[in-house]
Design a protein around this ligand. Structure first.
Ligand code: GLY
Length: 355
């Protein structure tokens, strides 16, 4: 269907395809060993893998953020050691963003880096996690605090996986698509505007168009700033507050749901400083609400604990020393950063997204 090139650490293609198995095969044959790492929910969809004479090791990992732990990465390292994985062997990650983050980190850390291929099966994984080479696991102190930049050698996106998703998971993935609309590609917002999730999901061509556009945004940004010296931070729009919500709710809500509230939060912050108009602020709530994403903290476990939220915000990877940084918009498609935001200002913003 489409092929988008990323140049970040290495050049690789993101293929949007109708045949993930056929597209994977050339990367896996001619290897001595291939580890296929997939999440428990994908187990029943896994075929019998065979790649020429390669020894295939299939490794199931827990679903969701629970998989991104030191226990699970240790299990993977032990399996790679037991099977004698060398620098010319391959890891294949099949699953949502948590699986590509985890398996990518196994590839990044084993022998200081071996090849891996990402096969995302969720919308969030397709448009965000699998592209750009961010790999890692969580720490008890916060999300994604342990990790490495290690690009895959290929990303294979087969939209037919999306039929396995619940409406809730599909909708959560739309948060990352809408984020690309706010930070870069306003046409994404025009395409989604006025549509609910059913109207989007039932239109396969529209879904592929949204995936292509979001991947194009991501590819452009990570190709210009692979290691997030500055530009790549824009991909974290809404994520500073979003990650904090995920942490205080003990990861009981989807990443995309937290990012949705995080985008409203940061739009409120920008509006209160006069950086964006009331109309841009309103468009955040309207477009996110229309697809069924949360725009306030109502009913989010742990979210009434401001102190816990504030500590989680302060640990964000964009913070420098004691200065908390936020990616904000000056307009749709125009990103900026603000620094030195006080706790008082943050708390006042928090109060505007409580209900
Ligand atoms: N998910 C944000 C990034 O890849 O930079």
């Amino acid at each position: 269907m489409a092929e988008i090139t990323v140049t970040a650490e290495r050049e690789y293609k993101v293929r949007i395809t109708g045949d993930w198995r056929g597209d994977l095969s050339p990367f896996a044959t001619k290897r001595s060993r291939v580890a296929v790492i997939y999440s428990a929910t994908m187990a029943s969809s896994m075929p019998n893998f065979s790649f020429g004479s390669a020894e295939v090791v299939t490794l199931e990992v827990p679903d969701g953020e629970a998989g991104k732990s030191s226990t699970v990465i240790n299990y993977l390292w032990n399996k790679l050691g037991e099977k004698g994985f060398t620098r010319s062997d391959l890891i294949v990650a099949i699953g949502g963003g948590t699986v590509t983050d985890l398996a990518g980190f196994a590839a990044a850390s084993w022998l200081r880096g071996i090849d891996w291929v990402a096969i995302p099966t969720t919308l969030a994984g397709m448009v965000d996690a699998s592209v750009g080479g961010k790999t890692g696991i969580n720490s008890p102190y916060g999300k994604n605090l342990i990790g490495a930049f290690h690009s895959p050698i290929s990303v294979i996106i087969d939209p037919s996986w999306l039929s396995t998703l619940s409406d809730r998971d599909f909708t959560a993935g739309l948060a990352e698509v809408i984020k690309c609309g706010f930070i870069d590609d306003a046409q994404i917002l025009e395409i989604i505007e006025g549509k609910d999730v059913a109207a989007i999901r039932s239109n396969g061509a529209l879904v592929v168009n949204l995936i292509e556009r979001s991947v194009a945004t991501k590819a452009k940004v990570v190709s210009a700033d692979f290691k997030e010296s500055e530009l790549r931070e824009i991909l974290n729009y809404g994520h500073t507050f979003g990650h904090a919500i995920e942490r205080v709710s003990d990861y009981s809500i989807r990443h995309g749901e937290a990012v949705s509230i995080g985008m409203v939060f940061v739009a409120e912050l920008a509006a209160s400083r006069g950086l964006i108009t009331e109309q841009v602020l309103r468009s955040h709530r309207e477009i996110l609400k229309a697809v069924g994403l949360p725009t306030s903290l109502a009913n989010i476990a742990g979210s009434t604990n401001w102190d816990a939220l504030y500590s989680a915000i302060a640990l964000d990877k964009k913070s420098r020393g004691n200065s908390i940084r936020f990616v904000v918009l000056n307009d749709i498609g125009v990103c900026d950063r603000i620094e030195g935001v006080t706790e008082e200002e943050l708390k006042a913003t928090y109060e505007r997204v409580l209900q």
